[in-house]
Design a protein around this ligand. Sequence first.
Ligand code: GZL
Length: 311
Amino acid sequence: LLASAIAIGPVAAFAADMTIGFSQIGSESGWRAAETTVTKQEAEKRGIDLKFADAQQKQENQIKAIRSFIAQGVDGILVAPVVATGWDEVLEEAADAEIPVVLLDRTIDADESLYLTAVTSDLVHEGRVAGEWLVNEMNGADCRIVELQGTTGSSPAIDRKNGFEQGIAGHGNLEIVRSQTGDFTRAQGKVVMESFLKAEGGENICALYAHNDDMAVGAIQAIKEAGLKPGEDIKIVAIDAVPDAHKAIAAGEMNATIELTPNMAGPALDALEAYLASGAMPAKWIQTESKLFTSADDNEAIFNMKKDLGY
Ligand code: GZL
């Protein structure tokens, strides 16, 4: 018993002494709120003291939070970077302080020496799967598509747009006629979809591709208020696979979503602990899985399972 206590002692004790700063974007979507909940749970499980900072989707608040963590002398920093650019200076400051930084769910345009690893899905792949789903769904029929983009300048908005265009490439029957940011929120998704419906005429819109489910849920409200049937008159494909997306698919009001795990922190904290304990260098990209869900899945059961997972 003593041996086993000694064996786990240092690691458990070490984690118990660990303080990690987490610069979170905000709570713009159900998925983001779940990521925050799960990150706090993962830190708790490891006996880590997590310092949490919500940036209300403003990069300057994230930079301030990271500087505060550096001043506090934390052992490591988690950052979900709201946009892809403008991080070099503050990450250099973290490097000078020898504090490792791990990126969650979004990437940045900076030298990869400035962060220990990035835990993200393949955001281009997600967009491509969405495009390929619509190609199959339309089966050669013409389809005028409107697109709700994520936060301007964020890696998911850039990559999911590129991926979708790859997915529909070579299929001239599919055309993106309107594309605008809804900033990943339900409210903006509804407002921008209303403007699409007004500009195009609902009868001229065949499908909506939204970079996340929350904007799609907002758009569903707008489509209904325009007297149209979401999921039928206008096909809807999005990304995240939050409970409300499964609920909408089960109701026939949405057609497909691609799952994004809210648990980026588990792999991130494991990599940080290993690095801090023994200098173990993780891969620069720890990729999380993506899975397509459609009406062929048991969305009601999945909704009931997921609704208690921090969403
Ligand atoms: C993607 C992540 C996105 C989610 C949105 O990895 O950054 O941010 O898809 C969230 O729901 O706003």
